[in-house]
Design a protein around this ligand. Structure first.
Ligand code: FES
Ligand code: FES
Length: 204
């Protein structure tokens, strides 16, 4: 549905049918009560106004133009929207931006850049860990969070000894811990190889 269609429907339902698009927009603004919000994204404070019901994913993509974070399902099922908040991975489609004013948000753009790639970004290139690349930013952000969880000794459903402070990062462990990130191109073997490379200390 186009923005015009949406606006016309809103105007009709609010008794403004027949108003100009400017009138409709002005009325929408009055009804929506936009919130001023400041987010810390990739080390930079970003201030803007938005509908307080905006998801973090939409705030990143539509307001801050950080389109590296992808929208797949918008329902918490694919992991394409994974970002890091205070170092922990989260599905940005399932949380509201206004909830994160005091948090440090890192997106794929903040992990590395051409010429200065994050080790996981370099490993995905080295191991051919993607095909279309749509899931890749989420996979990489998730892998960063996942390796931090392993380092902190967090067990997973696949951990044989949950009392061990250092769970071994077997292929089964990686598959389980990355199971929230779907790859429609099924690049899983290469994604796992990239993560294992970094966990073992290379490349990058
Ligand atoms: Fe967030 Fe799919 S877009 S989990
Ligand atoms: Fe295409 Fe994963 S590389 S969806």
């Amino acid at each position: 549905m186009s923005e015009l269609d949406t606006g016309a429907m809103w105007a009709a339902s609010s008794g403004l049918a027949g108003g100009t698009s400017t009138e409709v927009e002005r009325s929408q603004q009055e009804v929506l009560q936009l919130s001023a919000i400041t987010l810390s994204v990739n080390g930079r404070a970003r201030r803007f106004e938005m509908d307080p019901r905006t998801s973090l994913l939409d705030a990143l993509r539509e307001h801050l133009r950080l389109s590296g974070t992808k929208k797949g399902c918008d329902h918490g099922q694919c992991g394409a929207c994974t970002v890091l908040i205070n170092g922990r991975r989260i599905n940005s489609c399932l949380t509201l931006a206004v909830m994160h004013e005091d948090d440090e948000i890192v997106t794929i753009e903040g992990l590395g850049a051409p010429g200065a790639l994050h080790p996981l970004q370099a490993a995905f290139v080295e191991c051919d860990g993607f095909q279309c690349g749509y899931c890749t930013p989420g996979q990489i952000c998730s892998a960063v969070g996942m390796l931090a969880e392993v380092k902190a000794g967090w067990p997973s459903h696949a951990t044989a000894d949950v009392a061990s402070p250092h769970p071994a990062l077997s292929e089964a462990e990686i598959r389980e811990r990355m199971s929230g990130n779907i790859c429609r191109c099924a690049a899983y073997p290469n994604i796992i190889a990239a993560i294992r490379d970094v966990a073992a200390g290379g490349p990058g």
